[in-house]
Design a protein around this ligand. Structure first.
Ligand code: UDP
Length: 432
């Protein structure tokens, strides 16, 4: 247990039980195997870190498989509860809202069984925020919300706007105006919330963290030996989901005419039959078309236990997203001592320090990414220096105990205010 956690425990006699709601980002999911991303990691890590501070944390998500255990105990004070809401299989996010009423009913039923009340609900993603607002009246709870993704930005970067868009935008606005506090994970997200969602409501900026015990510097040659990779070939790494907003196309096109020969390793993505399979096939076709097949390796999903080896083995990690509220991959790579080239969007602007821990390039700008990659690969000494600076930077600023301590201060300030807003009750149907 960290020193700050120990001190916190000693000085607090009674901390409440928190409900975290993360309807699609299952904190107990195996991040390396299932279609999961930053939200799953965030909720699990924050839940466990808050439990270390002395809270009890119940994390609610939707059950998507009859074989999944309903309760997963992570630590003595932190557990995941999988609620029945709709069919017991994965449902595309854009179709999930129809089942959120049932999710709220299952939450209430669980509470009745356990005799549990929550004085604080921290919701994640807009549908969980909607659920939290429904639960608020009977809980007398303080509501805190983290968006993880904003419809107003997402819909600006996709070709087809889904039917749910109008509902999502309305709910996102309602959340900002009605919950007690919204947590933005970067100043950029805060600005976007103000510009695109609402001028009303309270926002606090608390960045994400990373697990510094796991994401650590490993000598490059040792990492490559463990992964069976060539010791001297330059390696460019992408880690993340296959999603058009991740901008993998920009990266592969940038790699097609590099001055430096390099191997491109793409880590992430579940099997081709799953939701992200279409994007993976599209990227594979582009790789084929531009003649990059031989030097490109689609590694598939890798768990956090092995991921530090990939970061450490790479000469540069590229995060070419069109939009990224925070971007955990960038800080994971830096923690492992690898320079990062990222799009100058969202939270990446505050995590990647240009010329010091990596480089920023305009999103979708293939020539700019190509030039940045060539610069890093062409100057190994500078790259190594940026890697060292990156690991120090992340070590000082981005770790989960620090995030939990900041959330703890926020939660205490809210409960100290005793402010309970009376929210109008809404129903799923009223948004449709
Ligand atoms: N990730 C992983 N294995 C993979 C691909 C991704 O564990 O094969 C993890 C990655 O380490 C990071 C998360 O998924 O912790 C992605 O978070 P990020 O914020 O970068 O993107 P998001 O998925 O939230 O869009």
């Amino acid at each position: 247990m960290s020193l700050s956690a120990l001190i916190a425990r000693k000085t607090r006699t009674h901390l409440p039980t928190i409900a975290m709601i993360s309807e699609h980002g299952d904190p107990a999911a195996d991040i390396g195997r299932e279609e999961a991303g930053g939200q799953n990691v965030y909720v699990r890590q924050v839940g466990e870190a808050l439990a270390e501070l002395g809270y009890r944390v119940d994390m609610f998500t939707r059950q998507i498989d009859p074989e999944q255990p309903v309760l997963v105990q992570h630590t003595p004070r932190c557990r995941t509860i999988r609620l029945k809401a709709g069919p017991l299989h994965a449902i595309p996010r854009d179709e999930l809202f129809a089942w959120m009423g049932e999710f709220v009913d299952s939450f209430r039923q669980f509470q009745r069984q356990e005799g549990q009340r929550y004085s604080l609900i921290h919701s994640h993603y807009w549908m969980s925020g909607w659920a939290a607002m429904q639960l608020k009246a009977d809980q007398k709870a303080q509501l805190v919300h983290t968006y993880h993704s904003l419809g107003a930005i997402k819909y600006g970067s996709v070709d087809t706007i889904p039917q749910i868009a109008r509902t999502r935008l309305a709910v996102e606005r309602q959340i900002l105006e009605q919950v007690h506090c919204v947590v933005a994970t970067s100043p950029q997200e805060q600005d976007q919330l103000r510009a695109l969602v609402s001028r009303r409501g309270t926002i606090e900026v608390i960045p994400c963290g990373t697990d510094l015990r796991n994401f650590r510097v490993i000598p490059k040659q040792e990492a490559r030996r463990q992964l069976g990779l060539p010791l001297s070939e330059p390696i460019i790494l992408y880690v993340g989901r296959f999603d058009p907003r991740k901008g993998i196309e920009t990266l592969v096109r940038a790699c097609s005419t590099l001055q430096n020969h390099a191997r491109l390793m793409i880590v992430g993505g579940s099997d081709p039959e799953k939701a992200d399979g279409l994007e993976r096939k599209r990227i594979e076709a582009i790789v084929e078309e531009i003649g990059l097949r031989e030097q490109t390796q689609f590694v598939g999903q890798v768990g956090h236990d092995r991921l530090p080896l990939y970061y450490a083995a790479a000469d540069v990690c590229v995060v070419p997203s069109h939009y990224e509220p925070f971007g955990l991959v960038a800080i994971e790579a830096m923690a492992c001592g690898t320079p990062v080239i990222a799009s100058a969007v969202g939270g990446l602007v505050s995590t990647v320090v240009p010329e010091i821990t990596g480089l920023l390039a305009p999103p979708r700008d293939v020539p700019a990414f190509r030039a940045a990659i060539d610069r890093v690969l062409g100057n190994r000494q500078w790259a190594q220096q940026m890697g060292e600076q990156g690991s120090l930077w992340v070590g000082e600023h981005f770790n989960w105990p620090r995030v939990a301590t900041q959330l703890d201060s926020l939660y205490r300030s809210l409960s100290g205010s005793g402010k309970i807003l009376e929210l109008p009750q809404t129903s799923t149907a009223s948004f449709l």
